[in-house]
Design a protein around this ligand. Structure first.
Ligand SMILES: Nc1ncnc2c1ncn2[C@@H]1O[C@H](COP(=O)(O)OP(=O)(O)OP(=O)(O)O)[C@@H](O)[C@H]1O
Length: 231
């Protein structure tokens, strides 16, 4: 579904991403891990055409994301709270996102209601603007907004950060449920190795802009990744 070719991003002549070749298959759940500054967010930003690569191309369904808008119709992402519209209530935001994705108001309401346990009573019916929610609840709104309309590709940057332990566990269940029928590709970056391993078919480890490990959960082991971080 996603094909990365000869991708380089430089800032001030320093390479922060250098990925010669990488593919993500449709229906895969991919975890992206790596220490601070490894290049995870920069990679996501290029995948979502928020920044331009210095060299190379990212293809989504064989079309370059930098030269077409086609991928936007089946892709949803939440990198941080700047992706939200903070002067809307949560309900207004979901309605806005749903309308953009061609989902009817009734369907939006019904889809959003599926996440009531994830929201834990703190998001719906609060009569407050997104900017007035806590960071964790803003994150919940952003994550659920991604799933409205069941896009084919979901990109989440550090979705576990700022969430309380109960919500982290519920998020893992939610992602696993979403992946059950393999009709979605999910790419998640995280500093939480255990959570990443729990929800991913494949874990990719980045270091200084490069992919240094690409572990398939079926054949690789969690210990293999832990060893890297224990050095
Ligand atoms: N606009 C920019 N100008 C200069 N350097 C940048 C810019 N954006 C990112 N970088 C650098 O690129 C490198 C990769 O940053 P990036 O945010 O992608 O890492 P990350 O893996 O997401 O890190 P973290 O886990 O801390 O969020 C870092 O060294 C960062 O300082």
């Amino acid at each position: 579904m996603i094909k990365i070719e000869n991708l380089i991003k430089e800032y001030n002549l320093v390479e922060v991403v250098n990925i010669p070749s990488l593919t993500f298959e449709f229906g895969e759940s991919i975890g992206l891990v790596g220490n601070n500054g490894a290049g995870k967010t920069t990679l996501f930003s290029m995948l979502l055409d928020l920044i331009a690569p210095s060299k190379g191309t990212i293809y989504s369904k064989d079309t370059s994301v930098a030269s077409s808008e086609e991928w936007k119709s089946y892709t949803a992402s939440f990198l941080d709270e700047t992706f939200l519209i903070d002067y809307l209530t949560a309900e207004e935001y979901f309605e806005f996102v749903g309308r953009v994705r061609g989902v009817s108001v009734e369907q939006i309401k019904s889809q959003v209601s599926e996440y009531s346990s994830f929201f834990n009573g703190e998001v719906l019916g609060q009569k407050k603007y997104i900017r007035d929610f806590s960071k964790g609840n803003q994150k919940k709104i952003g994550i659920v907004g991604c799933f409205i309309g069941n896009p084919e590709l979901v990109v989440l940057d550090e979705p576990f950060a700022n969430l309380d332990p109960t919500t982290q566990i519920r998020l893992k269940e939610l992602i696993r449920r979403k992946m059950e029928d393999r009709k979605m590709t999910i790419i998640v970056s995280s500093h939480d190795l255990q959570h990443t391993f729990d929800i991913s078919d494949r874990v990719i480890l980045m270091e200084k802009g490069k992919v240094v490990k690409d572990v398939n959960k079926a054949s690789g082991s969690f210990d293999e990744l832990m060893e890297y971080f224990n050095q």
